[in-house]
Design a protein around this ligand. Structure first.
Ligand SMILES: Cc1cc2nc3c(=O)[nH]c(=O)nc-3n(C[C@H](O)[C@H](O)[C@H](O)COP(=O)(O)O)c2cc1C
Length: 223
């Protein structure tokens, strides 16, 4: 009997039970395989220091955080789904630090090469708002380009419309710098915008399930 395939899902969203997390869990579940869900905020992860100390051993020399542990999990997994949110329109720093620390798996062996991978990204700026940065696209590109640079098989992405923090900060209707008005116009209020939920976005729900199934299908073909 062949080895059980395992899919690792890593979320950089620090928000408790966020849209990002829930979408990742749907994608993992849809694989029908063994999975592990990691919430990076529960780990200690710092950026790559570009010291190249991992060249000979494929093991980071920074032993003061969880960079080695997380890289070992990625190396052991057969597929990887990376999920992020997009503060200031780009990939969040926990996700970026995680990706940078996977550099230790690159040298000479390319331990991530050939593995199927996918991206899940939540942003508050709808793609239809052309006056503001395309946050979901920028987040997706960051994850996709990591995977392509490592020779992974990028199979797809999920874009979720999440929530601007001003919706729940308590000052969303009167704050001079409210993101609600920035995104939805001067008349926008906490009440008129409402809370965006991943489960109510059929396209995103379908895309998350499709991503999980595509990863499982790709692994099956490889086996
Ligand atoms: C500091 C900060 C800055 C943010 N800046 C942006 C931004 O520039 N563009 C954007 O689309 N969303 C921005 N967001 C909103 C997040 O992308 C949003 O919280 C995301 O949808 C995840 O939330 P959720 O999973 O709870 O929906 C920002 C959030 C924070 C906390």
């Amino acid at each position: 009997m062949g080895k059980t395939m395992k899919v690792l899902g890593v979320s950089g969203s620090p928000i408790n039970n966020s849209n990002t997390d829930r979408a990742l869990k749907v994608a993992l579940e849809a694989t029908g395989l063994e999975t592990e869900f990691i919430k990076l905020v529960e780990y200690n992860i710092t950026p790559c220091r570009a010291c190249i100390g991992c060249v000979e051993t494929n093991r980071c020399v920074n032993t003061h955080d969880d960079g080695i542990l997380l890289a070992e999990k990625a190396k052991a997994a057969d597929a990887l789904i990376v999920a992020c949110y997009t503060p200031y329109s780009s990939i969040d720093s926990l996700t970026k630090a995680f990706i940078e620390r996977l550099y230790q798996l690159r040298h000479k062996h390319g331990f991530m090469a050939g593995k199927p991978g996918g991206a899940i990204v939540a942003c508050a700026i709808p793609a239809s708002n052309k006056a503001l940065p395309p946050a979901c696209e920028m987040g997706t590109n960051a994850i996709m380009y990591y995977m392509l640079e490592e020779g992974m098989n990028f199979v797809g992405s999920v874009k979720i419309l999440g929530n601007v923090p001003c919706i729940k900060c308590g000052y969303g209707n009167e704050c001079r710098t409210s993101g609600l008005r920035m995104i939805y116009g001067n008349e926008a209020t906490v009440q008129s915008v409402g809370i965006n939920k991943f489960e109510e976005q059929q396209d995103a729900l379908d895309a998350a399930r499709a991503l999980g199934k595509k990863i499982a299908g790709t692994l099956k073909k490889k086996a």
